[in-house]
Design a protein around this ligand. Structure first.
Ligand code: NAI
Length: 248
């Protein structure tokens, strides 16, 4: 039986209806956690994926660009006895080159990916300090390496990495650990267009392991970082890219 690392603990996950968020929801619920899931979209697939898990899952419609919506989501978590973990996962990608990147698009990506995480941290800070909890943010490999047509996305993820280090420094004295994970290519709805365009082999060959990442690969790292097993890890941004960044 899977160890119940999160029994009696409450976890808020944003973007929980998508590939990585859903896998995180399942991984926490499998380990006994109470998951408070928020997404701008429909979380039905998360509820189905966690139906047999020992932990409870509650899903709500939330837009991370709206601070009040995140405050309500965190309040729902605290009715379950407090908040122990925040997973900042909601995100969108823009694949326009700089000459086609309109200001609206730039702002939308930054507001969702970076300001959305800020909004969630503001809402969650006090209960996380009360529980000496933990924040795990889903950043990206693209905060480390450059890709064409990803200026807004990379900027948002670089901001998340820097925010992770600053928050870890600021909240460490409250016993709150703050870390980020930086995935390479993961097979989700976000990357579906690449797969449909027949680019699976291109992305697979970029890794040292000769495979794409799966959402569960990321969820295992997220749950580890949020657990007591990672009690002395804070301020880290950890690549999970099948070795892509180190391959020459
Ligand atoms: P996904 O598209 O399957 O999931 C993203 C989820 O975020 C969706 O359910 C979407 O509805 C939700 N979302 C978007 N805007 C929102 C908003 N304003 N408020 C609330 N929810 C919102 O994509 P995936 O791959 O699961 O992405 C999850 C995170 O992982 C994102 O932050 C993404 O940037 C990051 N990531 C993904 C990689 C990949 O290759 N799939 C690689 C590196 C990072």
């Amino acid at each position: 039986m899977t160890e119940q690392w999160f029994s009696g603990r409450t976890i808020v996950i944003t973007g929980a209806a998508g590939g990585i968020g859903r896998a995180c929801g399942r991984a926490f619920a499998k380990r006994g956690g109470t998951v408070i899931a928020g997404d701008i979209g429909d979380c039905q697939s998360l509820l189905e994926a966690t139906a047999d898990a020992p932990g409870e899952v509650h899903a709500f419609e939330v837009d991370v660009r709206e601070p009040a919506a995140l405050e309500r989501l965190v309040e729902r978590a605290t009715t379950h006895g407090g908040l122990d973990v925040l997973v900042n996962n909601a995100g969108i990608v823009a694949r326009e080159s700089i000459e086609d990147l309109a200001p609206d698009r730039w702002h939308d990506v930054l507001e969702t990916n970076l300001t959305g995480a800020y909004n969630a941290v503001q809402a969650a800070r006090e209960p996380l300090c009360n529980s000496s909890g933990s924040i795990v943010t889903v950043s990206s490999l693209l905060s480390h390496i450059g890709y064409s047509d990803r200026v807004a996305y990379s900027a948002s993820k670089g901001g998340l990495d820097a925010m992770t280090r600053a928050l870890a420094t600021e909240l460490g004295s409250e016993g709150v650990r703050v870390n980020a994970v930086n995935p390479g290519f993961i097979r989700t709805e976000m990357t579906q267009t690449h797969l449909e365009a027949g680019k699976e082999d291109d992305f697979r060959e970029k890794t040292t392991l000769d495979r794409l990442g799966e959402p569960e690969d990321v969820a295992e790292l997220v749950t580890f970082l949020a657990s007591d097993n990672a009690a002395f890890i804070s301020g880290e941004t950890i690549l999970i890219d099948g070795g892509q960044a180190v391959k020459g």
